[in-house]
Structures are given as C-alpha cells and as structure tokens.
Write a protein that binds this ligand. Structure first.
Ligand code: UDP
Length: 331
C-alpha cells in the first residue's frame, strides 16, 4: 500500500464502521467518512479521519468527494441494521438500504474507484442444521434486513460483470466487543443487541434481559450465534483489499464457535462478577435458531485470524467501554 492511499467509508461513525476507520487510520490510510449521524456518533470517528456529515445515498455529495481525490477503495457500512425493526417496517431495508448502496456503487463506477468492500450479514443465509455456514450454504434471508443486504450483494455482482468494479462482501456473524483501548464501543439507540443489553442490566440501567425464546431446537432452547470481535471484523476489511487486486470475493466472517443466549449471559456474569436477571419472552420474529460461520475461506485466502476469538474477551472489552461510558457517546 502507498502511504497516501485514500479510502472512503460510508457509515464510518457507526459501530463496526468506526472500528474499521480506526484500523484503517492506524494502517496508514487517509480516511474520509460520510455519515449522516442518524445512527452513528461524531465522537466515534477518530480524529485522524475526515468526517463529512451527509447522506451516503446523496449522489451529488459522493460525486463531489470522489472528484476531489482518487480513492483506492470504498467501504460501505451505511445502512439500517436491525433485524427486528426490519420485520415490522421492511421498506427502509428493502428499498432504503438498497437505494443508498446503488448510489455508492454508481458513484464508485463513475469515478473509477476499483474496489468496494460491503458490510454484509449472516442473516442472508437460511438457518443451518447446526453445521457451520460456508459461502456455498443456501441463501434464504431471515428478514428484510438480510434480504436487502443480499440484494446489494447482487448489485455488486453485476457491477463487477458490467463495469469491472471489484467487491468483497463480508458476511459478519455477530459483531461484539469494543476497542481494547476503551475509546470506541457499541452505542445503538434504541439498543436491541444482546451483549450491550446484558451490560445495561449489569449497570442497573435495565431491570432484566428478555430472552427471546427458549423453545428452539438447540441444547438449551435459546438461539445460538457466532460472536466475532469488532476489531477482528475491522481487520478483515483491510485484509480483503489485496484479494480485490485479482477478483471479487464473498467471505463469511466468524470464529466458528457458537454460543447460546444463556451461555452469553453466563459468560457476562463470570466476566463482570454480577448476576444478570433474565426473563423469558416470546421468540423475536426473523431470528434463525443457529448461525455459526465456517470462516475458513477468509483465513485461507487472506491470512485473517481473529486476535480476540474468545467470548470472554469480547464481553470484557465491551464492558470496559460501557463502564467508562455508561451513557454511551453522549455522556
Ligand atoms: N436476544 C435476546 N434478547 C435481547 C436481544 C437479543 O434474547 O434482548 C437474542 C436474539 O434473539 C438472538 C441473539 O440474542 O438470538 C443475538 O441477537 P442480537 O440482536 O444481538 O444480534 P442478531 O443475531 O439479531 O444479529
């Protein structure tokens, strides 16, 4: 990489995006973030990056930015990302997320940015029979959120075939944890994700955790997920850039280990040293019972290996951030 390579990051003020921006800056890239701050946080953008507050789907804005300097790649994170919300209100996911992505892809093609890395999701896959999910596993999105991401993957397929735009779709399993320095973390409003909610219960900000269903066909009846540290996900974005010199690619990003909701609660109690009160609740629509990655293709082809693969480290780093920022970025 030339030290001056520039990367445009949409949604770089969000949870995964901000960790990717931090990793890119540390690796010596010049980073421009486009984020409308509707879900992201100004304070999550590292000072080394330029922040442009605006809609990632605003084509004239993208044209202006891409005309000012040559970008080596675009990393596209900007999207609504809540499975449950997408089941209640699908349009922003099936139309909105896809519209924004189309604008980013069109701008990248028009300005001859040769590489695009997409923040995709394991929610594009049909629920597995418990076996780890490979890149060849059947696609059957579990929600409008997953469907919208898959539609964007198809847009990228055709952008490569028709215009030569190389892309990597990174299907994250469950992003978890926070930067070990304690300065970046997870702050969604409203918060719907398991680990941050568990931490809010530990802090006394919520009375209990609702466990969404304990009648799934899993050993303890609760859903199983593959939690992967957000810094390891960030690193994967940098690793795949070299692959894009040759071709487009799709990768599953996970550790290959699955943990049930109950196991996450037990790990949090162990790490934090406090009891987490739980309450049983009905299943949440759109949740597949088991999602565990076979991440061997990413490891084999890029040399990626998670540095913080154990659940306790994910919870410990998330807890450290949350302890330091009990009110999130606002506080
Ligand atoms: N979950 C839960 N209670 C909550 C939030 C999440 O039981 O308050 C469960 C959810 O049903 C899923 C798992 O925890 O099985 C992970 O959910 P999360 O929203 O963190 O990530 P997702 O798998 O939807 O991407």
């Amino acid at each position: 990489m030339a030290a001056v390579d520039a990367i445009l990051v949409t949604g770089g003020a969000g949870y995964v995006g901000s960790h990717a921006v931090e990793a890119l800056c540390r690796a010596g890239y010049a980073v421009t973030v486009v984020d409308d701050l509707s879900q992201g946080h100004r304070a999550a953008v590292p000072p080394a990056a330029d922040l442009v507050v605006g809609d990632a789907g605003d084509r004239p804005l993208l044209d202006r930015l891409m005309a000012t300097r040559p970008y080596h790649a675009v990393m596209h994170f900007a999207a609504r990302s809540l499975v449950g919300e997408s089941m209640r209100d699908p349009a922003p996911y099936l139309a909105g997320n896809v519209r924004v992505a189309q604008a980013v892809i069109d701008a990248a093609v028009a300005h001859k940015v040769g590489k695009l890395v997409l923040s995709s999701t394991a929610n594009i896959f049909a629920s597995s029979d418990g076996r780890p999910i490979t890149e060849e596993s059947p696609i059957d999105p579990g929600s409008p959120y997953g469907e919208g991401k898959y539609m964007v993957e198809r847009l990228l397929h055709w952008a490569d075939r028709c215009h030569g735009l190389r892309s990597a779709a990174l299907r994250y399993f469950n992003a978890a944890g926070a930067h070990p320095d304690g300065h970046l973390g997870e702050d969604h409003r409203p918060e719907t994700h398991l680990i941050p909610i568990v931490l809010e219960v530990a802090l006394g900000k919520r009375p209990h955790l609702d466990i969404f269903g304990d009648d799934y066909e899993t050993p303890d009846g609760t859903c199983i997920r593959d939690y992967v540290h957000v810094c390891d996900i960030a690193e994967a974005h940098i690793k795949v850039l070299d692959v894009l010199d040759e071709r487009s690619a799709r990768y599953n990003v996970g550790t290959g280990s699955g943990y049930s909701v109950r196991q996450v609660v037990e790990a949090a109690e162990r790490v934090i040293g406090r009891r987490i009160t739980v309450r049983m609740a009905p299943r949440r629509p759109g949740d597949p019972p088991v999602l565990v990655a076979n991440g061997s293709r990413l490891r084999r082809e890029t040399g990626w290996a998670p540095k913080l693969p154990d659940l306790d480290s994910m919870i410990a780093t998330a807890w450290e951030w949350r302890r330091r920022h009990p009110d999130g970025y606002v506080g």
